[in-house]
Design a protein around this ligand. Structure first.
Ligand code: C2E
Ligand code: MG
Ligand code: MG
Ligand code: MG
Length: 282
């Protein structure tokens, strides 16, 4: 019985595996052509000051307008981009486009604040990251203080000597540094001391259950306290409701980001959001 079950599984598994593999080879091929075909687009999610409510910046979030499957979020293709090495070229495009958009908004008379750009951990193995970011800023006349690089804790793990040097060079360049998804990776507090990032972003998994989970409340409080003692700003990610917002404000979180403030949007929608937004002090 076990044997027949095993065989049944095998014959069930194999064709599915094959089609899945074929599908992923096809997707990788499409991904490699996506830049040239202009299928990538950035959406932007506003970040606001927790106390005053005004916009302080936004995070650029990559989307792929797949010809057949519609708009894809990074979860559907970033890993593939990393495994195939395409991430380098994509990152190049993202940095250029994010700087270009910041310049366009400013030219329209808007004040978008700081542009936060995600950089894959894998890109911290290659010094061209720094050069390409500097080039993008120069091309679009963007000052380093207007740019924040978001790195995850895993950026420090891969090859920490190289990545630390690259991070130092970014800091010398004058861009801001944020640790993304803080608390979910493996970085030690020694790295915080060494790197002195400008900002910690509390992962949304800690924010989600603030109302019901005392441990999450303690963690969030702790991170805010740690950051403020070390002179860093804190952004809470995934702020969806008023309860979360008021808790975070009360605890002294610096900035808020989440669906409850604004969803990631195409550039034109963010421009409208900026124009229409009436900020009422809390
Ligand atoms: P992340 O950097 O932590 O970005 C925040 C993610 O949380 C985004 O997902 C955003 O849409 C989502 N989010 C924001 N507010 C809320 C909320 O209130 N509730 C919920 N449930 N989700 C919220 P997204 O756009 O799917 O991006 C996923 C991840 O992909 C990002 O996580 C980032 O690690 C990566 N990513 C995005 N754009 C790029 C990029 O240009 N380059 C690289 N290397 N990675 C990127
Ligand atoms: Mg991010
Ligand atoms: Mg994050
Ligand atoms: Mg995340």
């Amino acid at each position: 019985q076990a044997k027949s079950l095993g065989r049944a599984r095998y014959s069930f598994f194999l064709p599915e595996f094959n089609t899945r593999r074929q599908a992923s080879v096809a997707l990788e091929q499409q991904l490699s052509e996506a830049i040239e075909r202009r299928e990538f687009v950035l959406h932007y999610q506003p970040q606001v000051h927790a106390q005053h409510g005004h916009m302080v910046g936004c995070e650029a979030l990559l989307r792929w307008r797949h010809p057949a499957r519609g708009l894809l979020a990074p979860g559907e293709f970033i890993t593939m981009a990393e495994e195939s090495g395409l991430i380098a070229e994509m990152g190049l495009w993202v940095r250029d486009e994010a700087c270009a958009q910041l310049a366009r908004w400013k030219a329209e008379g808007l004040r978008p604040g700081v542009m936060a750009i995600n950089v894959s951990a894998l890109e911290f193995r290659d010094h061209r990251l720094v050069d390409s970011l500097r080039d993008a800023m120069m091309r679009h006349d963007i000052a380093p203080q207007e740019v924040e690089v978001e790195l995850t804790e895993s950026a420090l793990m891969a090859d920490s000597d190289t990545s630390l040097r690259i991070i130092d060079r970014l800091v010398e360049l004058g861009v801001r540094l944020a640790i993304d998804d803080f608390g979910t990776g493996y970085s030690s507090l020694a790295y915080l001391k060494r790197l002195r990032p400008h900002q910690l972003k509390i992962d949304r998994s800690f924010v989600r259950d603030i109302a019901t989970d005392a441990d999450d409340r303690a963690i969030v409080k702790g991170v805010i306290g740690l950051a403020s003692t070390l002179g860093m700003d804190v952004t809470a990610e995934g702020v969806e409701d008023e309860g979360q917002r008021s808790f975070l404000c009360q605890e002294g979180c610096t900035y808020l980001q989440g669906y409850g403030i604004a969803r990631p949007m195409p550039a034109e929608d963010v421009a409208r959001w900026m124009r229409e937004r009436v900020v009422s002090p809390v």
